[in-house]
Design a protein around this ligand. Sequence first.
Ligand code: RB5
Length: 150
Amino acid sequence: MRIALGADHAGVALKHDITRLLTARGLACTDVGTMTADPVDYPVFAARVAEAVASGACDRGILICGTGIGMAIAANKVSGIRAAAAYDETTARLCRAHNDANVLTLGARLTDAATAARLVDIFLATPFDAGRHARRVAMIAAMTCAAALT
Ligand code: RB5
């Protein structure tokens, strides 16, 4: 599985932790930045990860900012992206099982590193339940319009 990871200054340290963890497990990681704690604008990195997933270059995305909220709002502007902010094991599991989320967003100011690693594991391991949920996800896709930063 190929994973695209991105973060702003609030999430960069956690992004590096998670990238190290996934790389050590043999997963192919594409880190789109940011690479330092200098202040940056999170939509830039949300767009990079969203494009990597929407284009098929990566299978899943992980985005980290202070709350996970800005990253989710921005990534969901890109056609084909279903980004979900998760804060506990239940939301990490259900965003996959019910919503077929292809991007997980995390809040580094709200979620500690050990919990974040657990949420990433659940996000990557949980299959989509399909069934009645597939119809609803298809309805969301029909609402989506193309929009991305360049
Ligand atoms: C940056 O201070 C902060 O606003 C950002 O990381 C994120 O939490 C936005 O949703």
